[in-house]
Design a binder for this molecule. Structure first.
Ligand code: SF4
Ligand code: SF4
Length: 426
């Protein structure tokens, strides 16, 4: 089975993998942040008191690396003001009050081969599509590689190696045809000849659905079940045996990677003209009704957790994303954003940070072949110059090192701090 060096095997706890995607009735009030993506925040394109229709643009992307945002409900703009944000802490957001049922968006028709690459990019950009795997990088930018970086392969990422999360698994099962259409559109946009889908081997039903939907045109590659198999660089290594160089991007080795959920969003944007106004979110952990929910962007976590049966006794921490790379939240009033793959209610165990015993487990398990123990040492000693020389910027923040550390050192915390310092010194 193809894979990569290092990594870990956390308990997967995929208890929601058999729960079909369930559409959530929209709340009466959504909070749509103007920054939900990597790059520049967008600028408000509506005013307080203005009536808006479902799918209407609320914020316009003025920079190249940016993405517009749209309202998932019809209603009235109540305010444009700073609001709690699940990644940034606080960010400017447009609040829309209205509601109603969330109906299926009307379906269109498209022949991927008849569209020019520029038209695909334009429709994807207008729809505000970003990577739904978590990083939320604007997809239209990924579909615009420079001319000196020819792309021969597009890989869809169906690994979903984070414990608990099953949103991508259900998407592959229930939306296999749209995954394939999205893949073909991305291949057309970047001029790639080959399309592949990497799926961890614990999802044979998803692989079967994708093979069936693609009629053999696309290679579905089973990958070893190991975290972080879904990280872009690990996926490329496993599927194509190519290594992205230090500081480089997948396009440097002729590859574009897209998450399977993003592929569906691309298909909907190009075929149906549907903006990215809802996404599949796994809600799991200490909640009454764990499941996979199709949630309007801007829905407060508190509302979503109520839909999922409410927090159960023992839940002490709510995390956006998976338990390995997710972000613990300070407020449940943060909204679901485009990068929200999961909302987990966890029992956080108290721990005490010990001293490094130089066991090298973190080194053995680091998939990027880095020296995490040195990052901790240099960050504690404020040796930011040495941190950069130790290639801290190559760290993908997967958390494998912290997971295996017997001294319970929050290594990723020190790495994030170190990266911030290195960047600010530059
Ligand atoms: S150093 Fe970075 S890449 Fe390596 S295991 Fe730790 S978090 Fe992952
Ligand atoms: S795993 Fe923890 S204790 Fe072992 S070398 Fe790494 S930082 Fe030190």
């Amino acid at each position: 089975m193809r894979s990569f060096r290092g990594g870990v095997h956390p308990p997967y706890n995929k208890v929601t993998q058999d729960r079909p995607i369930e559409r959530v009735r929209p709340p009466e009030r959504v909070v749509v942040p103007l920054s939900q993506h990597t790059g520049a925040p967008c600028e408000p394109s509506v005013e307080k008191g203005q009536e808006v229709q479902r799918g209407q643009k609320l914020g316009e992307a003025k920079a190249f690396i940016s993405a517009p945002v749209h309202t998932p409900i019809s209603g009235v703009v109540k305010e444009i003001a700073p609001h709690p944000h699940p990644v940034l802490g606080e960010a400017l957001a447009v609040v829309v009050e209205g509601g109603g049922e969330m109906e299926d968006w009307p379906r269109g028709e498209v022949d991927p081969d008849s569209l020019e690459p520029e038209e695909i990019r334009m429709r994807v950009r207008e729809a505000g599509v970003v990577g739904l795997g978590g990083a939320a990088f604007p997809t239209a930018v990924k579909l615009s590689p420079p001319e000196d970086k020819p792309i021969d392969t597009v890989i869809l990422n169906g690994c979903e190696c984070e414990p608990y999360l099953t949103a991508d698994h259900r998407t592959m099962l229930e939306r296999a045809e749209d995954c394939i259409l999205g893949l073909r559109l991305v291949m057309r946009a970047v001029g790639a000849e080959r399309g592949m889908i990497g799926v961890e081997a614990n999802k044979p039903d998803a692989m079967e659905a994708l093979r069936h939907a693609s009629d053999g045109e696309v290679e579905v590659v089973p990958l070893k079940v190991k975290y972080p198999q879904g990280a872009e660089k690990m996926l490329i290594k496993a599927v194509l045996d190519r290594e992205v160089p230090t500081g480089g991007l997948p396009m440097d080795v002729g590859v574009v990677v897209q998450n399977v959920g993003t592929a569906v969003a691309v298909a909907e944007a190009v075929r149906d003209g549907k903006p990215l106004i809802e996404r599949v979110v796994t809600v799991a952990g200490e909640v009454g009704r764990p499941g996979n929910y199709l949630v309007p962007i801007g829905t407060p976590f508190s509302y979503l957790l109520e839909v999922a049966g409410g927090l159960q006794e023992g839940a002490s921490q709510v995390v956006m994303g998976g338990p390995m790379m997710g972000i613990a939240q300070r407020s449940l009033e943060v909204p679901v954003v485009k990068g929200t793959s999961g909302v987990l209610a966890l029992r956080a165990l108290p721990y005490e940070e010990g001293n490094c015993i130089r066991c090298a487990r973190c080194v053995d398990h680091c998939p990027m072949e880095l020296m995490p123990t040195l990052f901790v040492k240099f960050a504690k000693g404020e040796r930011w110059d040495l941190l950069e020389r130790a290639h801290i910027m190559d760290c993908i923040e997967c958390g494998s090192c912290a997971y295996v550390c017997p001294a319970r050192i929050p290594i990723v915390h020190y790495i994030k701090l170190g990266k911030l310092k290195v960047r600010s010194l530059k």
